[in-house]
Design a protein around this ligand. Structure first.
Ligand code: SF4
Length: 378
């Protein structure tokens, strides 16, 4: 949906925030559909939990007949304009007569800078103002509510901010329709706090771009050894149900396992990485849709433990990645090289597990991986 101007999707105001922070981040999230949580994004979700509840109180446009002159509040208001090529969800919309004020929730502290708020946040709320102006409202200022400081920061929509926002909308559209992912930031303090750092791999990408570095001595000087990434340790575990006749249902945020009408087990959904069902075990439709929403796959096995199939939610949206994977799968030499690495990695993992779970002193375990054997197996 990004190829032509006619079919172009409107730029979400939230993506404009990301684009201002880092164009590559906007590309990864918007064009490639990548997402990863980190403590900051989870905190943000928690702060938005009230504002994200759609409010059904209608907001009258200023020229609507009988529009009341009192102040109205609405939560989670969606605004879209084909003319501006923009779409936004306003956390809280305050309306008094024909004057509208968008209020945006942020989880952090209000920054101690003359502008009162970071540029990406001011641009995001200004984009909401452009949509409100187009809908006929007067909108000269907005508010950013910083939850950690419990402070409302006023943002004035002056000419400079409006022009900057319009430039960024055009830039964001051009980036998406170009089909080229921008390069990562160089040695930026933004990267360690970015939730997509493990997908973007900024330092590693620059290090591998030897040709780019050779052509740009300034960039080559700025590029440093990759900073160490710490992979998150997932606390989730698989749930195996082996009791014939068992039935899985959902109650609040828990999986309930029943046999006939008796509860035999339960588990918190947030602790589960996958659900494995052996033989005649039933799952309710509500449970399946909750598992899909949470990206938890359901694996079906025979009573004897043979794998039969898997059900999971819609596949990853990153089309560019899938196209490249298929191209490599079609190239026997490249496919073999990758397969060898997968098999070698699995053998190393087995070794680690054996050593980790050994009783007493870990035994000496050497690894001997013959690529010829791997090639024969593939
Ligand atoms: S890790 Fe850095 S370069 Fe990569 S998307 Fe995030 S901010 Fe941008």
């Amino acid at each position: 949906m990004f190829e032509t101007e006619e079919t172009f999707e409107p730029v979400p105001a939230r993506m404009l925030n990301e684009f201002t922070y880092c164009p590559r981040l906007a590309y990864l999230e918007w064009v490639q559909g990548e997402w990863a949580d980190n403590p900051d994004t989870l905190d943000g979700e928690f702060v938005h939990r009230n504002a994200d509840r759609p409010d059904h109180q209608p907001i009258a446009t200023p020229d609507a007949e009988g529009a009341e002159e009192e102040k109205l509040h609405a939560r989670s208001v969606r605004l879209e304009s084909a003319t501006l090529g923009l779409v936004a969800i306003v956390d809280i919309l305050e309306v008094e007569g024909d004057v509208a004020t968008p209020v945006d929730y942020k989880k952090g502290h209000a920054p101690d800078i003359p502008e009162g708020a970071w540029e990406p946040e001011r641009v995001q709320v200004c984009a909401q103002a452009l949509l409100l102006r187009e809908a006929g409202f007067t909108c000269n200022e907005g508010v950013i509510w910083y939850a950690a400081s419990r402070r409302r920061v006023r943002v004035e929509f002056d000419e400079t901010l409006v022009m900057r926002t319009q430039d960024l909308i055009a830039g964001c559209r051009a980036m998406a329709s170009s089909g080229r992912m921008p390069l990562p930031l160089v040695d930026s303090p933004k990267c360690p706090r970015c939730s997509l750092v493990g997908i973007c791999l900024p330092d590693e990408t620059h290090l591998l771009l030897q040709e780019t570095l050779a052509a740009d001595p300034e960039l080559a000087k700025a590029v440093r050894e990759p900073r160490q990434l710490l992979a998150p340790r997932t606390e989730k575990i698989p749930l195996h149900i082996v009791e014939p006749g068992a039935r899985l249902g959902k109650r609040a945020d828990r999986i309930i396992v029943e046999l006939k009408t008796e509860k035999i087990a339960e588990a918190r959904l947030k602790d589960i990485s996958q659900v494995c069902l052996y033989g005649p075990v039933q799952v309710s439709t509500q449970m399946m849709s909750e598992l899909f929403d949470r990206d938890i796959p359901v694996c079906y096995f025979s009573t004897g433990g043979w794998f039969r199939g898997i059900a999971h939610s819609l596949p990853h949206k990153n089309i560019e990645l899938r196209i490249r994977q298929h191209r490599i799968a079609d190239d026997p030499a490249k496919a073999l090289a990758l397969a060898q690495q997968f098999v070698a990695g699995k053998i190393r993992n087995c070794r680690t597990l054996l050593r980790r779970n050994a009783e007493g002193d870990a035994p000496e375990l050497g690894i001997s991986i013959s690529h010829d054997v791997v090639a024969a197996r593939c």
